[in-house]
Design a binder for this molecule. Structure first.
Ligand code: ARG
Length: 577
C-alpha cells in the first residue's frame, strides 16, 4: 500500500499502459513544470514514440482517453508534442491528506530490504578541540544517520577517533621533555594536553630531531610499550570526554567510540593479506601498494611506514575489514571533508583489490568548507581557527539578545534551554541548507534571524502552528476530515504530498539540503495559506476543522523534517516584544 500521491498516480498510469499494451518503463509522472497548467505531467508518450517510431501525440491521446474515465483526475490535456498534463480532483488530494495525517510515518515509505549501514563521521582527534572544520561532519553526518534510520536501515555510527598517529608520540615526547617523565600525565586535563600538543607541533616543524623522536615514540606506542600505552590511554579518555560534551550539545549520536587505535591488530592482518596476494611491495623500507593511474596521478598507498608504524590509510582499510566482519556492514558511509577524496578513492580501491569488502557499498560523502566573508576557511577575528564551543556560545549570545526577560511562566532555565535549541538549530540549519559538496560562507549576521531561510524561521513556523492548535482547541474546534475550499489550501496540500518523494530523494542522494529546502518552501506555503484561510473565523465548523487538520499536518511534517535534520522543535518560541 502506498500513501504517496505520486505513486498513486503512477499506479493508475501503469494500469492504463498495461491495458494499451505500452512498455511499462515509461509509465510515470513528475511534478508539472507548469504548475499553472497542471499538477503532474507524464512524458511517457514521447519516450514511447521514439522507441516504437510512432506519433507521440497519437499515443498520448490514447492514454489520455483512458485516464478520462477516472474521476480522480479533474482535467487531462495533451499538449505540445505529446505531454500529458494532469490535474487531480480536490477529493483525491483531500483523501490523500486524511490518509497521511492518520499515518504514523506521514506516508513516508520504508525501504524494501533494510541494510546494515555503518556511518563514519565526526572524526575528532586526540588533544585537539573540535573546531569549525568538524562542524559539517557532525551536522551532515547526524542528519544522514537519522534519514537512514528513518527509512528503515540499521545504522551503526562510529566516531572513528584520531587516536593513533604521530601526534600521539609528539604529545608524549613534549610531556617528557617538560616534566622529565610521564609520571604527572594523569593530572592533565584537556587544556593542558592541547597546550602540549600545540608546543610539540611548533617544535616538530622547526626541529627534525624532535620530529624523529616523536615518530619513534609513536612506533613504540603502537608496538605496545606499556608505559606509553598507559599515558596514551589518559590522553584518549580526556579527549573523548571533551568532544562528547560538544557532540551532545549538537545532538550528534555515536553508537561506537572506536578509534584508529582499535584497528591496530587488523592492520597487521591487512599487511599479511596484501603480501599473500602479492599486491604489496617493499619500497625504501616501507610496504606500499601501487594503484593504476587512470587519467590523473594516483600516489601509492602506504601500508607500513619505513619506521614500522601504520599510516592513516592502512588504518582505514583495516577498519573496513572490521566493519564488514564484525558489524556485518552492507554499506559504509564516510562523511568527511572533500579534500580527503583521494584518500578514500585509494582506500576503497585497495579494499576492492584485497577482497575484504565484497558487495559492500563504500561511499564517501565529501563536504565543502565553512568559509569566512573572504571566501577562505572561517577564522576568528584574530585569525585563529574557530572553536566549535566558541561558535555555539556566539550563536547563543546572538539568540539571547532577542529573548524576553524571564517571568513566572518562563523562568531563566526555560529560556536558557530555548536559547540552546534555537542557537544550535540556527548553526545546523545554516550548514544543512547548503549543498553538501559546496562550501558556504558563514553568515555571521543573519543565520540566527527569525526570518529568511534559517533554522529559527522553521522553528518559529512550528511554534506558531502549535499556538494556533492550542487556541482552536480552547474554542472547541477540533481537527476533522480534510476538504479543499480554496487555492491556497490546495497548494499547501500538494506541497505536503511531496514529503515521501522528498525524503526518498534526500536518502538516495545522502543530501540533507533537499530536506531543508523543502522545509523552507513548506513553511512559506503555510504562511500563504494561513493569510487567507482563517481557522477561527472560517465560514463554518466543518471548514474550520478541515483547516485545523491541515495546519496540524503541516506542523507534523515540519517537525519530522527538523528531526531528520537533527534540529529540535521547541513547543513555544519566545521573542522580545
Ligand atoms: N581524524 C581525521 C582528520 O582529522 C578524520 C577522520 C575521517 N574518517 C576516516 N575514517 N578517515 O582528518
Amino acid at each position: 500500500m502506498t500513501l504517496s500521491l505520486e505513486n498513486i498516480i503512477n499506479q493508475k498510469i501503469s494500469a492504463v499502459f498495461k491495458k494499451l499494451g505500452l512498455a511499462p518503463e515509461y509509465a510515470f509522472v513528475k511534478i508539472s513544470d507548469r504548475p499553472d497548467l497542471s499538477d503532474f505531467q507524464c512524458n511517457g508518450a514521447l519516450a514511447l514514440a521514439k522507441s516504437e517510431r510512432k506519433n507521440p501525440r497519437e499515443i498520448a491521446t490514447r492514454i489520455a482517453a483512458e485516464l478520462e474515465q477516472d474521476h480522480d483526475f479533474a482535467a487531462i490535456s495533451v499538449d505540445g508534442p505529446g505531454f500529458i498534463n494532469l490535474s487531480l480532483s480536490d477529493s483525491l488530494i483531500a483523501r490523500n491528506m486524511d490518509e497521511i495525517a492518520a499515518d504514523k510515518r506521514l506516508g513516508v515509505a520504508l525501504v524494501d530490504k533494510p541494510k546494515t549501514v555503518v556511518m563514519d563521521f565526526g572524526g575528532p582527534n586526540v588533544a585537539k578541540a573540535l573546531h569549525v572544520g568538524h562542524l559539517r561532519s557532525a551536522v551532515i553526518g547526524e542528519s544522514i544517520r537519522r534519514i537512514e534510520e528513518f527509512v528503515g536501515n540499521k545504522v551503526i555510527s562510529d566516531v572513528h577517533f584520531g587516536d593513533w598517529g604521530t601526534p600521539m608520540g609528539m604529545i608524549l615526547a613534549e610531556v617528557m621533555r617538560q616534566d622529565g617523565s610521564l609520571a604527572k600525565i594523569n593530572t592533565y586535563g584537556i587544556e593542558d594536553i592541547s597546550a602540549f600538543y600545540k608546543k610539540a607541533n611548533t617544535r616538530c616543524k622547526e626541529d627534525d630531531a624532535a620530529k624523529e623522536n616523536a615518530r619513534k615514540i609513536t612506533a613504540e606506542l603502537q608496538n605496545g610499550n606499556p608505559e606509553y600505552r598507559a599515558a596514551w590511554q589518559h590522553l584518549r579518555n580526556v579527549s573523548v570526554a571533551a568532544v562528547k560534551k560538544i557532540y551532545d550539545e549538537l545532538d550528534a549520536h555515536f553508537d561506537l567510540w572506536l578509534g584508529e587505535s582499535d584497528a591496530h591488530e587488523t592492520c597487521a592482518e591487512i599487511v599479511k593479506i596484501a603480501e599473500r596476494q602479492k599486491i604489496s611491495e617493499q619500497d625504501d623500507g616501507a610496504v606500499i601498494i601501487r594503484l593504476e593511474e587512470a587519467n590523473k596521478p594516483k600516489p601509492p598507498v602506504i601500508l607500513v611506514k619505513s619506521d614500522g608504524g601504520y599510516a592513516y590509510q592502512v588504518t582505514d582499510i583495516a577498519t573496513i575489514k572490521m566493519r564488514v566482519d564484525d558489524l556485518h556492514a552492507d554499506e559504509i558511509i564516510y562523511v568527511v571533508d572533500k579534500r580527503q577524496s583521494l584518500h578514500f578513492e585509494q582506500v576503497f580501491e585497495v579494499a576492492q583489490k584485497l577482497g575484504i569488502a565484497p558487495q559492500v557499498r563504500l561511499r564517501h560523502i565529501g563536504f565543502g568548507t565553512v568559509n569566512g566573508a573572504d571566501g577562505k576557511p572561517f577564522k576568528t577575528r584574530d585569525g585563529g581557527v574557530m572553536n566549535l564551543e566558541d561558535m555555539i556560545a556566539m550563536s547563543k549570545d546572538k539568540v539571547r539578545e532577542s529573548m524576553p526577560e524571564p517571568d513566572a511562566k518562563y523562568n531563566a532555565a526555560y529560556i536558557e534551554n530555548l536559547v540552546s535549541e534555537i542557537a544550535v538549530g540556527a548553526i545546523k540549519f545554516q550548514d544543512l541548507k547548503n549543498n553538501t559538496a559546496s562550501g558556504y560562507v558563514f553568515e555571521l549576521e543573519d543565520f540566527a534571524k527569525f526570518e529568511g531561510k534559517t533554522g529559527p524561521y522553521i522553528q518559529y513556523a512550528i511554534a506558531r502552528i502549535n499556538s494556533i492548535v492550542r487556541k482552536a482547541s480552547d474554542t472547541g474546534i477540533h481537527p476533522g476530515k480534510i476538504s479543499l475550499s480554496n487555492r491556497e489550501e490546495r497548494e499547501l496540500a500538494l506541497k505536503i504530498a511531496q514529503l515521501n518523494a522528498v525524503v526518498m530523494r534526500a536518502y538516495a542522494e545522502a543530501e540533507p539540503s533537499i530536506l531543508s529546502d523543502y522545509a523552507y518552501t513548506l513553511a512559506q506555503t503555510f504562511s500563504s495559506f494561513y493569510n487567507v484561510s482563517s481557522i477561527m473565523n472560517a465560514e463554518d465548523k466543518i471548514l474550520a476543522s478541515s483547516r485545523l487538520r491541515l495546519a496540524g499536518l503541516t506542523r507534523d511534517v515540519l517537525k519530522l523534517l527538523l528531526k531528520l535534520l537533527g534540529i529540535r522543535s521547541p513547543e513555544v518560541m519566545l521573542k522580545k516584544q
